[in-house]
Design a protein around this ligand. Sequence first.
Ligand code: PA5
Length: 424
Amino acid sequence: MIKEIVKTTLLNCSLEESDILKYKNQVQVIHNTLPQFELTGWINAPLQDQQEILVSIERVASEIRECADVLVVVGVGGSFLGARAIQEAIMPYFGSTKGGIEVVYVGLNMSGAYIKQLLSYLDKKQVYINVISKSGGTMEPALAFRVMRHYMEERYGKKSKERIIVTTDAEKGILKGIADKAGYRQFVIPATIGGRYSVLTPVGLLPVAAAGVDIRALMAGAKHATEELLESDLSHNDAYKYAVMRHMLYKKGYSIELLASFEPGLNKFHEWWKQLFGESEGKEKKGLYPSTVNFSTDLHSIGQFIQDGSPIMFETLLHFHEIEGDLQVPFDSRNEDGLNYLSNRTFNEINTISKQGTALAHSEGGVPIIQLELPKLDEYHLGYLIYFFMKACAMSACLLEVNPFDQPGVEAYKRKMLELLKEN
Ligand code: PA5
């Protein structure tokens, strides 16, 4: 087995290994005190016996796959981003879904057009709902669930009760009350795990299991990461190395971190990463702005800025050595496009070389680059990477001396919106 599942390296940085290691003691202290924060149940969760919960998720997921064409997940922020990230990273780009069914999301915006079109789209399809909210009172999913509940009751009558699954707190919240009263089946979001750290609980696992993702492999990868990243020594913990590197670049004046991938299936994974770091670190007027790009698409749009624009960003290149599915460039006797010199190569090989070329060019443009390499894009390595980023994020926020697990700033917009809604 490869020891380092995620290999963190610096491709072009004015950071010296010896300077990175100066953080050793600070990292050790944070590592030891991290579990004292509230909402750190995720740190050891993958090491606990998951058998019972996995069996019950698999049972419900298999029922959903049997009885529905579409699973509608109602949720926002940490209650949907992780599931969508895994689903899109693992499932095929087009059509068939590895034995799973289509999973769509609602409650992540307030667009009337979106929800209206969703209802028409569901017509003639068999539907299940999974409404996910830890607090049970977030406006966007609460409003969407009101609509979806009416829809299900109109379509399925009393039987709608069997087709609505609730994922929420074990004891409190409006949604918990609704679920108890209506007799909906429920999955619990552990009280000790906050939204953006909850993807490896039923929050993320039920939707992706319905989509056809192998959640056992995902959790095995997360368990492997949990074991390896229990290491408190910075020199042997790549998640902590990554946290320190990005912290040092921030201290050097870089204000934006660009997470860059070369596989379009990772676009939604980027969104999950953005929330994790943005909501965990952006407080008290501190924090790197987390942004993302998908190459080569974005090389033809924002690539110009990265290469030549304001020197405010560094890049974190996420590279999977093996991607399932590939195609050789065909030989063409006409060679009118002059591309026969590539006909002994596959697209994935060309993509890897494009990554190397991009890294070299951006380095020359003065952009510091951190590279995160993984052997393969599959459930196991994705599970590992998810845990890797959560651990790195918690360390990184603590280096900034902010609480990684709260989000006081999000309340501000909610208060203003409610004031306006109640005024008019
Ligand atoms: O990370 C968080 O805690 C937030 O992003 C929440 O996930 C998001 O606000 C949704 O909250 P809830 O699950 O309570 O509806």
